[in-house]
Design a protein around this ligand. Structure first.
Ligand code: PHE
Length: 377
């Protein structure tokens, strides 16, 4: 049989065209820095799962600009210094087109100067400290910021919990904690309440009895603890042991199953604010909850998962509008994000590169998180 029939010319053409296409079809690398292990492991795991779900969904729909997306994830082990190292790697080794992360504000603050210097757009899904996006014009977030969250909890404390005189117990080694304490205090005082005293701790502390004893002596009717779930749960336990039975409440850093596991009965009746509720019946939220549960063994997505998902989707939307992955063009497109419909609400990036969204207040009842109310900006 003549050669041309066994190996028809057109087949060779198609094969080489495919090869050419494949060569030009390297995946687009998107970096992610998360605390997949360590003290804030559930933050990182949740955020990562949400981000991954978004990337898989985008890839199933053909990817971005005709290319697949490859999510390159670095674990910072919840350790100080590791987020900077991870970001450096993602930028110089992997040449990522953008970086997603971190959850914790102190860690986003490690990443942001590096992303800014390299002109690689960075989106924090859930860091709420205002300083994060103030680092530069390549740094964005898709969540609300702490001046809002602090005001929400100050109003809630006064108007719903009817507290008049409270103590604040915050972590000196967390930018998030220090900032949220400041905005809460300002909001509570502005509403006519009294901040009787402020006590301090550091990330990783396990014994809070000294601070709680001072608080007990001050005769307050509530304690605001702007911190992360591990310390918050221990603080609740030790406060109850000392006989303090008044409301203890915090912000989004309280969200995570360890709060319930470590806190047990001591966290019954606490309150905290966060970014979304899986009970929200909006079709976009319910579709997300369904997809997430199907993908991750029935797990109900929390706020970090929802924000992780939205961060990747907002990036994809910007890249599509930019029509390129060039950093400065993607930056401009991100800055122009308007009314992007996400799981955590509509995202519009303001002049400070922040978003403005409703806060959801939760309590713990019978060992479970329970949605209380939503507060619009
Ligand atoms: N907002 C927190 C911070 O800035 C992180 C966080 C976000 C925690 C969402 C829980 C849920 O550090």
């Amino acid at each position: 049989m003549p050669f041309a029939f066994r190996h028809p010319f057109w087949l060779l053409m198609v094969a080489s065209l495919l090869a050419l296409r494949a060569a030009g079809q390297e995946p687009l690398k998107v970096g992610e820095v998360a605390s997949l292990t360590g003290k804030e492991g559930t933050f990182g795991q949740s955020s990562h799962k949400g981000t991954l779900l978004a990337v898989e969904k985008l890839n199933a729909g053909g990817g971005l600009l005709g290319r697949k997306i490859e999510l390159v994830t670095e674990d910072n082990q919840s350790k100080q210094g590791e987020s900077a190292t991870a970001t450096r790697k993602l930028i110089s080794r992997d040449k990522v087109i953008a970086v997603l992360g971190e959850v914790a504000s102190s860690r986003s603050l490690e990443m942001a100067p590096l992303a800014q210097a390299a002109h690689v757009p960075m989106i924090s899904p859930s860091s709420t400290n205002p300083k994060v996006t103030a680092i530069g014009d390549y740094i964005f977030r898709v969540c609300f910021i702490d001046p809002f969250q602090g005001t929400v909890m100050a109003k809630f404390a006064r108007d719903t919990l009817h507290l008049r005189r409270v103590a604040v117990l915050d972590s000196v080694s967390s930018a998030y904690s220090v900032g949220l304490a400041k905005y809460f205090k300002a909001g509570f005082a502005a509403g006519g309440g009294t901040i009787a005293l402020e006590q301090k701790y550091s990330e990783g502390d396990k014994d809070f009895k000294a601070q709680l004893t001072v608080i007990k002596a001050a005769g307050v009717d509530g304690i605001f603890v702007p911190g992360y779930y591990t310390e918050a749960a221990l603080i609740c336990r030790q406060a109850r042991q000392l006989g303090l039975d008044y409301p203890i409440f915090g912000g989004d850093g309280w969200e995570g199953s360890p709060l319930l596991e470590i806190g047990g009965k001591a966290v019954e009746g606490i309150y905290y604010s966060t970014h979304y509720s899986p009970e929200n019946q909006a079709p976009a939220v319910q579709a997300f909850v369904r997809d997430f549960q199907a993908r991750f063994g029935g797990e109900i997505p929390d706020a970090m998962a929802a924000l992780g998902y939205d961060s990747a989707m907002v990036l994809a939307d910007a890249v599509r509008r930019a029509g390129t992955t060039e950093g400065d063009k993607v930056r401009d497109a991100l800055a122009a994000t308007k009314d992007y419909p996400g799981v955590t609400g509509s995202t519009t990036i303001d002049a400070q590169r922040n978003a403005s969204k409703a806060a959801a207040i939760f309590t713990v009842q019978d060992g479970k998180f329970k949605f209380v109310e939503s507060i619009a900006p």
